[in-house]
Design a protein around this ligand. Sequence first.
Ligand SMILES: [Zn+2]
Length: 440
Amino acid sequence: MKLLIKNARLVDPSQNFDDTCNILIEDKKIKEIQGQRAKGKCQNNNAELKTSDRKPEVIDAKGMIVMPGLVDMHVHLREPGFEYKETVRTGTEAAVRGGVTSVCCMPNTNPVNDNPGITEFIIRKAIQEGSCSIFPVGAITKGQKGEELAELGMMFDAGCVAFSDDGRPVMDSLLMRRALEYSRIRNMLIISHAEDLSLAAGGVMNEGLLSVTMGLRGIPPQAEEIMISRDIALAELTGGRLHIAHVSTAGSVRLLRAAKKRGIAEITAETCPHYFSITEEAVSGYNGNAKVNPPLRGARDVEAIREGLSDGTIDVIATDHAPHHKDEKSAEFDHAPSGISGLETSLGLSMRLVDDGVLTIRGLVEKMTCMPARILGLSATKGTLKPGADADLVIIDTEKEYTVSASDFRSKGKNTPFDGWSLKARPAVTIARGRIYTWE
Ligand SMILES: [Zn+2]
């Protein structure tokens, strides 16, 4: 296939590029970036288009922004084992609808992705049924039980790009030390779901005045912060590569900022759109669709997360896409499972950071494309539109508004607290591995 995207404003932080140009795609790869000021910034550029043998299909992207397809390093695809919540097929359909062309899927499936057999199963499924690229995350411990290390090396060889017991923390500090030591030897990434379970004590929302008023057990911010402190200390001890998942509190941002300032080891962090868009007030009225782990926090935390994004303390925006069946979510708040179906709203919610002056468009695209790709070791082909990279990109109209309608989600999970919100920047076209998806 051959495709020419004309008159695009290309925003590609991986090449320090923000300018109007034409993008030529051939055989599922970026072939050339062409334009006046592309010269000197991009390789392979010519004044005239080479329209050699085949005539390219043309998309005119005048007035639109083109960016690399989003790389979401925190997604729950639920398959195998929980296909009633989501599958590889529906989860990746939701991804491309949201402009996401690479997803990392977390291992808390049934069976758990804790051995190369499951890793290979997911990779096969991804090739057969996925609309976009899938990169499995393996479990740190067997069965995510926190008792003994899983076969990290074998899973890494089978295609896992990182390791995490996400959904649960690794409570045993010695095991976490061993995982980080091993990660250093093989240059693997360890992702921490930072939660001190004994302090969280089965809580279901943020601890504070509201949890008392609602008569619900709260989770104090310190349940997250204690584990982040521990994991920073262990990263310092071992020199391993540590990534902190779904940062939600002001204290966590302070800890990460200080650790980065000291320059110890290689520590990176992500947050999710719900932690910089809404507060714990969203659970008022016992709204199960706003129940998430870690829980939504207070206004001061939201402000601190925004500052952390702005000053570079938080490197990545990921969704923690966690689809659930509506019957589960409509259970009593105490018993409803935690999670938000996030793939189809993440770009629109994140774009509000640009409108609010928290990030520049370049800064935002960086946190959703080349930063996660770099952390995952995928930057040669993902999160960039350099010639030779995979033809993964998204075309958006940043000004056009739309109303979020959960019932129209491609994801099986309709669980979102953002239903009915007015957002901008919904993808008009997503191209994933050279395949074109259009909606408007
Ligand atoms: Zn988690």
